[in-house]
Design a protein around this ligand. Sequence first.
Ligand SMILES: Nc1ncnc2c1ncn2[C@@H]1O[C@H](COP(=O)(O)OP(=O)(O)OP(=O)(O)O)[C@@H](O)[C@H]1O
Ligand SMILES: [Mg+2]
Length: 283
Amino acid sequence: MSATPLLELRGIDKSFGPVQVLRNVDFSVTAGEVTALVGDNGAGKSTLVKCISGIYSIDSGEIVFDGRPVRINSPRDAAALGIEVVYQDLALCDNLDIVQNMFLGREKRSGLVLDEPTMEQMAAETLAGLSVRTVKSLRQHVSSLSGGQRQTVAIAKAVLWNSRVVILDEPTAALGVAQTAQVLELVRRLADNGLAVVLISHNMNDVFAVSDQIAMLYLGQMVAQLRTSEVTHAQVVELITAGRSGGLGLSGDNGDGANGTGTSGADRHDTPPTATTEPGVDR
Ligand SMILES: Nc1ncnc2c1ncn2[C@@H]1O[C@H](COP(=O)(O)OP(=O)(O)OP(=O)(O)O)[C@@H](O)[C@H]1O
Ligand SMILES: [Mg+2]
């Protein structure tokens, strides 16, 4: 079994007016691991991330960080805990250079003026620490970077702040094969450096290539969070498209040797599997 989760969400509900988008969602993220968050379009992935990053406040449920219950009511609260999100599109400003982007809104100052040497050095060290060597100059505008390089800078920006949890929303969606491989390598390295990484992706190859755990959302419910080594491609696809998988005894009502690490609907993986309100997770 994996170590204690760094970030744990328990029974999260979130509605927008009459529309309930997240229902009793449990989700946990462990330091040193990549946790993939998967689900069909509209399943609630981005909403869940926005609850973690303080953009939305949750209606009910509990968030536990490093063993303590916490409230995350604003992005500032999330940042104070070391939770950073890399959003696909809004990540960087084209007309600024790499250093300016990495320190945007959190510039270092020396007296009244910007402390450019320190910022440049920190940016260089962060990129070097992530073994990023493809960027020619830290002073080039981000508009001149490739998609993969941009994503790399966005990720480096997120880890510059002693982050402990880094959430990546579809980091490879717009990338070609070689650049995807580069970014995935970086994602893996973040976890190997001790960060808790959440990877949202629609690409199952990416998910299976880098994740340690896979959390599967279906219509706003967490149907399962399992170790990647315990599921197949086909089972994950079935769980996120149908909310069930015949190959996994997730509801625990079929006695076929499922070991209880699976969760279904409202159940947690550390409670014994019981019948759930979520229909159809039997075989
Ligand atoms: N601010 C909002 N107000 C009302 N409904 C919303 C709001 N944000 C999201 N929703 C609804 O919540 C559901 C989940 O949306 P969300 O963006 O979290 O899905 P997602 O899993 O990220 O999908 P995708 O893979 O397409 O990015 C959708 O049905 C969406 O229409
Ligand atoms: Mg989304």
